[in-house]
Each structure stands twice: as C-alpha cells, then as structure tokens.
Design a protein around this ligand. Structure first.
Ligand code: FPP
Length: 238
C-alpha cells in the first residue's frame, strides 16, 4: 500500500549558491527562488497535497548582511502583494508561522490582511515560515501553557501541540531539503518526529515540478513504521 501524503514541508536552500554560480548577486537567487516556490505551490495543489510549509526566513537569518535581509523582506512583501489574489482565487489558504512580533506594524498588517483574505479556502493550506525557529516555537508554546495556568497533569502531547504555530496542520509526512546540506536547521523540531526526510543536491531555484514528483515517488516507497517492527507493518498492524 502506498503512503498517504497530506503535508510536505520544505527547506528551500541554495538560492545564494545558484546566484553566485552565475556571477549574480545573492538576491537574484532569492528572486528566482520565490518563483520556484510559486510553481511548487501550484504543483502541490495539483497533486492533491493539502498542506505545504515553506521555510522562508529563519529566526537565525537575522545574522545575514543587512542588505540581504532587507532584500528578502522586500521580496516576501512583493510576493504577498502580487500573488495574494491569485492564490485566493485558486483555493489556497495562506498561514504565516513564526514569531511575527519582531516585524514592523505595516508588515504585520499586511500579513493579517493576507491571512484573512484567503481564510475561506480549503484546497491547499500554505504555511510560510517567517522569523521561524523550532526551539523558539517550543519556548513560545511553553510560555503560553504556563501563562494560561495549565496544570502539569493537564499537559500531554496533544495539549502541547495545540499551542504550537502549526496547531492547525497534521505533522509533515515528508520534509524536503534542497541545496545538498543534510540537516534540519531548527525547522519544525517537534513536528518532524516521524517525518520522512528527503535531501537533494538540487539548488532551490532549480527545484521544479519534476523534482517534487521525484521526492513524492521516493516517499511513497518508504516503509513508515512509527516505532513498529518491519514485520508488524507488513502484517498491517494498526
Ligand atoms: C536559503 O538559501 C533560502 C533562504 C534563506 C530564503 C528562502 C526564500 C525564498 C525562496 C524566497 C521567498 C519565499 C517565498 C515563500 C515567496 P541560501 O541563501 O541559504 O542559499 P545558499 O545556501 O546557497 O547560500
């Protein structure tokens, strides 16, 4: 039996190297990367994936040169401005995950507008991770539990997950990291517990429809065991 796939999460790595290889400024790589992201959103929807999470800006990316940070934010704002109506009309619901409190008021307003504009859609939930870090998300969830007065005995995996930014999504079935690095880089630390992880050398701007299909094909052939033995899985043990 083939694995069901509801949620794909992606670390879109390799924009800078894609640009540098061509003698272009790094920002050109991010621009091409944003176009690749749009195409992957369309493809994921066409493949019947219900949830897609894209890591656009990590809480550690603030350490990059000011010029690159500003350029990335301009790009993300442009993406929102130019694509929100098209995404709304194509059934995509946009969510932003991460700590948004560090953003300017105009950007926070733009994010709320985007989220509200698409909130009736159900075909594909697109979560864009901005100023997101897995450890930071866990700390914010703990703070939220403590400040609501939750008793220790009232806390379990379910109540904890409900405090995470991703509470509205199932855990990722498949995580893809492009750009040749084999690490998780503080992405969805809690949620990746049983996720199948696919690493590819392809740089993000080159990651196209076919590359996504290759990752999905790889995923479908994986035996997901969730702690059981291979024999138990083969016997169809629930
Ligand atoms: C990692 O490549 C990529 C990022 C830090 C930014 C990702 C952002 C985008 C793809 C653009 C906007 C996204 C959306 C959803 C519209 P890198 O710069 O670390 O590349 P390198 O490892 O080659 O230096």
């Amino acid at each position: 039996m083939q694995n069901r796939i509801e949620h794909i999460a992606i670390i879109m790595d390799g924009n800078g190297r894609w640009a540098q290889k061509r003698g272009l400024p790094r920002l050109k790589g991010h621009e091409k990367g944003a176009r690749a992201a749009l195409k992957i959103v369309e493809t994921a929807k066409a493949r019947g994936i219900s949830h897609l999470t894209l890591f656009a800006f990590s809480s550690e990316n603030w350490n990059r040169p000011r010029e690159e940070i500003d350029g990335l934010f301009r790009l993300l704002e442009r993406f929102i401005d130019e694509e929100v109506n098209r995404l709304r009309d194509s059934g995509v619901r946009i969510h932003i995950i991460g700590d948004l409190s560090r953003f300017s008021k105009p950007l926070q307003d733009k994010i709320s507008f985007t989220v509200t504009t698409t909130e009736a859609n159900t075909d594909l939930h697109l979560a864009i991770a901005m100023n997101y870090g897995g450890r930071d998300e866990i700390v914010r969830a703990v703070r939220s539990l403590v400040s609501s007065g939750e008793k220790p005995e009232g806390i379990d995996e379910k109540t904890f997950s409900a405090r995470l930014d991703t509470a509205f999504m199932p855990d990722p079935d498949l995580m893809i990291r492009t750009g040749g690095e084999w690490r998780v880089s503080n992405f969805l630390l809690w949620q990746l517990a049983y996720t199948e992880i696919y690493f590819t050398d392809t740089l993000w701007p080159d990651f196209d429809e076919r590359a996504l299909d290759d990752a999905i094909t790889w995923f479908r052939a994986r035996q997901r065991r969730f702690g059981k033995t291979p024999e138990q899985v083969e016997d169809g043990m629930p």
